[in-house]
Every structure is written in C-alpha cells, then in structure tokens.
Ligand binder design. Structure first.
Ligand SMILES: C[S@@+](CC[C@H](N)C(=O)[O-])C[C@H]1O[C@@H](n2cnc3c(N)ncnc32)[C@H](O)[C@@H]1O
Length: 258
C-alpha cells in the first residue's frame, strides 16, 4: 500500500500527526541517557525524527521506498549533527536480518497491523530480542483486542480508506477498503483494498490488492515477550501512561531483555 506511489507518504504525514506516543516513549526512556535505538517499520520518521532530535542515535528500517524517501527529505532539513545520528535502510523486516547491539527497539504505531499472521508478529519479537544488548528495552504498542475478532470489524461493504487525500502538487489519492473474509476466533481478516492516484497531468495509477491482518492480543504479546527472553516492566493502556486494564484502548508493553 505504501509503495503504490510516493504521494502516499505525503498523505500518511497529513493523516498521522499524533505525537502522544513519542511523549510516552520519552517518559519510558526517562533518565537512561542517550540511547542507540532501532525502529523497524519507521515509515516517514514520525517517531524516529523527534527521538533523533532529542540526541538518540536512530536506525530506521522500512520496505517502502516512497516512505523512506519522504523521511530522507525531512531529515535533510534537520541540523547536520542530527542528520549524522540517523541511518535509514530499505529492508523487509520479515526477510532481512535486523542490525544488532541496540539499547531500545521501538515497534510503534500499530505496526503489527502490517503483518498477516501471529507467526509474523512473533518473528518480530524474536528479531527484536536478537537486536538488543542484554538489559536493552523493547517498546511494543498495539490497539487492544482480546478474544474473537471485534464485532465492529465483522461487516462487509466498501468504504473510503487510507490513503485518501489531496497532495500539495494537486495529486489526488483515493482508496477504498472492503472486508472480504474473516475468521473471528483466530482474529484474522482480509480486506480488498484499491488505491487510485490521479497525477496533476491526469495520469492515473491504480492498484488493487488483498491485505490480511491479525489484531494481536495483549495475551499473545505478553506470551511472546516472556518466551523470548523479556521481562515486562510496564504495561500501559494508553499513551498517557495509565496502567493497562481489560477496558484499555491500547496494550503498550515496555519490556527488558534479560
Ligand atoms: C503505519 S506505517 C508506521 C510508520 C511509523 N512507525 C509511524 O508510527 O508513523 C507502517 C510502515 O511499515 C512498513 N512496513 C510494512 N511491512 C513491512 C515489512 N515487512 N518490512 C518493512 N517495513 C514494512 C510500511 O512500509 C510503512 O511505512
């Protein structure tokens, strides 16, 4: 979806403007000093850039060239000393090995929604463990859904979806999404998605594809962390850092590699 056309990255930045998770990460880092941080699924740098500006050394991985190009554009406008602290790499986080010896790995912004199965999500926890030095931290942030696939997800019909919007150069991006299959007990769902990009010269780029998602539960994430060498130090239910409860909107884990 992110590589249909580079304009998708511009729409992403128009839509995803929240910063409260960056504040939470800052609070969780607290007085631990300046860290070496890995952010797989870094996208256009919504989380990575502010942390680099704080003084941390950042490495970002993403498979979408359009998202990385926009991140590089924004990084190019930063002071040279901040730019020197940032490395971006094009990588498929499922296929490629993650770099090593980090103090913190950030799996933020619901990035598990990018993956099709619980096995792929668990693979990321395993890769994060390999990337961290002993005593390093993992931040994992997901929407909160336990039990069966939430009923609000179990309905068909075509609706407007991400990415949709108008770019500065007049390019129009329009997308639709339609749930076409789900398995409620396994919390698996497939969407037919269609994105149409109309460039200022009238040229149209169209892509249709099927995407499968698995909303990870807090029970699953906790079990993966515990079985791959992590001790969970905090579980937050929102980006304000309030404690996680069954009614929380999010399940955010801050875990230390043993
Ligand atoms: C929702 S964006 C999140 C970006 C950023 N973490 C944030 O919170 O703003 C998800 C990003 O994950 C990337 N992505 C999805 N699957 C990936 C994979 N298998 N390997 C690397 N990147 C992937 C997409 O290209 C996209 O840029």
């Amino acid at each position: 979806m992110y590589d249909v056309d580079p304009h998708v990255a511009e729409i992403y930045d128009q839509v995803e403007t929240y910063t409260n998770d960056v504040e939470l990460i800052r609070n969780l880092i607290g007085g631990r000093g300046l860290l070496r941080i890995l952010e797989p699924f870094c996208g256009t740098g919504r989380i990575l850039i502010p942390l680099a500006c704080d003084g941390h050394e950042m490495v970002g991985l993403d498979q979408a060239r359009g998202m990385l190009a926009r991140a590089r554009e924004k990084i190019g406008r930063l002071p040279a000393e901040v730019q020197r602290r940032i490395t971006l790499a094009e990588a498929d986080v499922l296929r490629d090995e993650w770099p090593r010896r980090f103090d913190l790995v950030v799996l933020g912004g619901n990035c598990f929604y990018e993956l099709a199965t619980p096995a792929e999500q668990e693979h990321c926890i395993v890769s994060a463990a390999a990337s961290l030095r002993p005593g390093g931290y993992l931040y994992v942030d997901n929407d909160h859904m336990e039990g069966d696939l939430d009923e609000s997800w179990q309905k068909g019909g075509v609706s407007q979806g991400f990415p949709t919007g108008l770019c500065a150069d007049g390019t129009r991006v329009e997308s639709t999404t339609e749930a076409i299959w789900w398995d409620a007990p396994r919390r698996l769902i497939r969407f037919r998605r269609c994105t149409k990009v109309t460039l200022p010269d009238g040229k149209i780029i169209k892509k249709e594809y099927v995407q499968q998602k698995h909303p990870a539960s807090a029970v699953e994430v906790r079990a993966w962390l515990e079985s791959h060498g992590f001790t969970i130090e905090r579980t937050c239910g929102d980006c304000a850092g309030n404690p996680y409860t069954e009614a929380s909107g999010r399940a955010i884990f801050w875990a230390r590699k043993r």
